[in-house]
Design a protein. Structure first.
Length: 354
């Protein structure tokens, strides 16, 4: 079975403390919410009043290849009884995942060839990607790293020292990207340690974080997180991942506002997905909703041909036509760049808009 590193939740008595992420409408901490994520197909189908007879067999088969994980705040935004709900389609395993098709591979971006040292990936000249963890709060079925060997990249103290040494020896690098998995799936104590170490690398200018957590569990944007964001000297950029306007609710907007107040630049990247957002009206609405929430549309990624997810594929020609229609509807700053990541290239590759 291919699976991500299991999410580890720290056990401690916090009954005497105000919970991190507490809001007037939700008294649970993000750790508690994460630990209660739906992790089997039967429970998800039952939670959404979907007939197990129609969907369970395919969901179980897909789950065996790549385990399901969906936090409750994300489920609450789905429409019960609707098997075509665009949020559900992103997380529900289906029978198509067990079909192998030519051209759909386990490492579509050939990242294994770009590993400089354990946990550090170098694909571009001035940027390095630090894989803090293999943990994720949500397992998206189209994930291009669904087959990544996270177990081989668990970071020891020695690995951490090697990463910092590699960064210190590479003055051309001015930006480090925290990735994974999802870097915000680990505790803030560990993230504080990482940020302090990166702060001490003199030629680093920016800290970029790629995370879905502020969207799927908005309570993750808590005081502990804001403390280490506020203390770093580095410019802070958080790239969230939203594919459909229904993913953004008031709790998400509140989380974005707290991040903005901490001086974080907010960008969004989406993936164009068949049956989810392959519609110009949906993508245009997404851009409007994002900007209203203080997030600038950044990238619209062409689908990466990862094994087990071919049913999400949208051709580059179709994607370009959709972006052309978006240009007719939106001001230019709300139209994300349509790009494809091509293995071995020194940057993202723009896809010409027809």
């Amino acid at each position: 079975m291919i699976q991500r590193t299991p999410v580890r939740i720290e056990a401690r008595d916090t009954s005497h403390l105000p919970e991190c992420g507490t809001s007037p409408t939700d008294k649970q901490s993000w750790q508690t919410i994460l630990s209660h994520s739906v992790s089997n197909p039967e429970r998800l189908l039952a939670r959404l009043n979907l007939p197990a007879g129609s969907w369970l067999e395919g969901a179980k088969n897909g789950h065996e290849l790549f385990q399901i994980r969906v936090p409750e705040p994300f489920i609450e935004r789905m429409e019960p009884g609707n098997p075509n709900d665009p949020l559900l389609r992103q997380v529900l395993p289906i029978a198509d995942e067990t079909t192998e098709l030519p051209g759909f591979v386990r490492d579509p971006l050939e990242e294994n060839t770009a590993i400089q040292t354990t946990g550090l990936i170098r694909k571009y000249h001035s940027r390095a990607l630090l894989m803090v963890t293999g943990q994720c709060a949500i397992n998206c079925r189209y994930c291009f790293r669904r087959h990544f060997p996270y177990g081989e990249h668990k970071l020891s103290r020695d690995d951490r020292d090697h990463i910092i040494a590699a960064l210190n020896a590479s003055p051309e690098i001015n930006e480090v990207i925290l990735s994974g998995g999802d870097p915000l799936a680990v505790n803030d104590r560990l993230l504080t340690q990482w940020v302090d170490l990166l702060d001490a690398v003199p030629h680093l200018k920016r800290l970029r974080i790629h995370s879905r957590l502020p969207v799927v569990i908005p309570q993750r944007v808590c005081d502990d997180m804001l403390n280490w964001l506020n203390r770093t000297r580095l410019q802070k950029v958080l790239v969230v991942h939203v594919n459909h306007p229904a993913e953004i609710d008031q709790a998400t907007r509140d989380a974005f506002e707290r991040l903005k107040q901490a001086g974080v630049t907010l960008l969004n990247q989406s993936v164009i997905l068949k049956g989810v957002n392959d519609n110009a009206d949906t993508l245009s609405e997404l851009s409007e909703v994002l900007f209203d929430a203080g997030v600038l549309p950044y990238y619209l990624h062409a689908f990466d041909p990862v094994a087990g997810a071919h049913h999400f594929d949208v051709s580059d020609t179709s994607a370009a036509l959709l972006v052309r229609k978006m240009l007719e509807k939106l001001p230019g700053f709300l139209v994300p760049k349509l790009v494809r990541e091509v293995p071995g290239e020194t940057s993202k590759t723009p896809i010409p808009v027809i």
